[in-house]
Design a protein around this ligand. Structure first.
Ligand code: ADP
Length: 211
């Protein structure tokens, strides 16, 4: 049986990766075979790409950025996500193609048609079965990322954008939520880690119980 593909989306500091670790831990305890991953950087090539175009001071052209995210995604989909789904695993990815629609579409201003085509090419049409968007006021997300103590967290170019940029990105995510209600779920990520975890658990458990 094909596995399930779940993605977590949100602006940096919304708590996605914290919640991803928690829910994956719960599901593993319950016996589910879970693969957790991220974009960009879910494969060795993806990690090198991430370093090259995100963790750099170099000025990266928006088109180069769009195509490099797509390259990361093609590698990730074909060598990691699809084989894991074929093996019946639950794949949970910290960001996927909705991030391109939000960041490169609304954030950078690429035309929706171009964005859709690039996503289609990179993913070969693979869509998540469930997406959870962690909605949080921009100012709060920025405070959280600034107070990160995690040594592994390297500031990347996307972390240095303006409040207006993140506002456009957030609104783009909310627009997707309006267009795709069964797949795309919005949760208020403003509460404590435990409060948000309870909301994530409810959504994910309901989704998994459906089949
Ligand atoms: P993201 O993956 O969306 O960038 P993280 O999960 O890395 O966000 O969280 C960003 C920072 O905020 C981390 O230092 C994390 O420990 C902290 N954090 C996450 N969720 C909460 C929360 N609900 N309340 C307070 N701090 C949080």
């Amino acid at each position: 049986m094909r596995g399930k593909f779940i993605t977590f989306e949100g602006i940096d500091g919304s708590g996605k990766s914290t919640q991803l670790r928690l829910i994956a831990g719960d599901l593993r305890v319950r016996g589910f075979d879970v693969l957790t991953t991220l974009q960009p950087g879910g494969t060795p090539l993806g990690r090198r790409l991430r370093e090259a175009f995100l963790e750099t001071e170099e000025n990266v052209h928006p088109m180069a950025e769009l195509l490099l995210f797509a390259a990361d995604r093609a590698q990730h989909v074909n060598f990691l996500i699809k084989p894991a789904l074929a093996a019946g695993r639950i794949v949970i990815s910290d960001r996927y193609s909705d991030a391109t629609a939000a960041y490169q579409g609304a954030g950078r201003g690429f035309d929706e048609k171009i964005i859709d085509q690039v996503i289609e090419l990179a993913t070969d049409g693979l869509k998540p079965d469930l997406t959870v968007f962690f909605d949080i006021p921009i100012e709060k997300a920025i405070l959280r990322t600034n107070s990160r103590t995690d040594d592994e967290t390297i500031k990347n170019r996307m972390d240095r954008e303006t409040t207006e940029f993140y506002d456009r990105v957030r609104k783009a995510y909310l627009k997707i939520a309006e267009k795709e209600p069964p797949r795309f779920r919005v949760i208020d990520a403003n509460g404590s880690i435990e409060e948000v975890h309870a909301k994530v658990s409810e959504i994910v458990n309901n989704f998994l119980e459906k089949d």
